[in-house]
Design a protein around this ligand. Structure first.
Ligand code: HEC
Length: 78
């Protein structure tokens, strides 16, 4: 998933634009819509995966329950 996000999201700005954020899932969802408005292409099939990845890796500390260790919620994208 990371590679797909990189490909889709670093055409117009570098990844730092994304990694510096700490957004909740809802905010990331809004962000994806905003980026689409700016011209980003996010296939529907990838949307949930993008959201999961962004929320888990660049989520709000309050808004996500996932911990780095022992989280077996099953969405490890590989
Ligand atoms: C077509 C060009 C383009 C693509 C592709 C793109 N972005 Fe952006 N992105 C922008 C622009 C332009 C801004 C600055 C917008 C502003 O300042 O209001 C931005 C800003 C951002 C920001 C900073 C917060 C904000 O809203 O200004 C985030 C986070 C972000 N992009 C995430 C993403 C993600 C995630 C993707 C992939 C799904 C993506 N971007 C793909 C053009 C793009």
């Amino acid at each position: 998933m990371q590679a797909k996000i990189k490909a889709a999201c670093t055409q117009c700005h570098n990844a730092g634009r994304i990694t510096e954020q700490q957004l909740t899932r809802q905010q990331w969802s809004a962000e994806l819509k905003k980026m689409e408005g700016l011209g980003a292409v996010i296939p529907d099939a990838n949307r949930a995966g993008f959201l999961n990845y962004l929320t888990q890796n660049f989520g709000s500390p309050k808004g996500t329950a996932s911990k780095p260790a022992g989280n077996k919620s099953g969405s490890a994208a590989k």
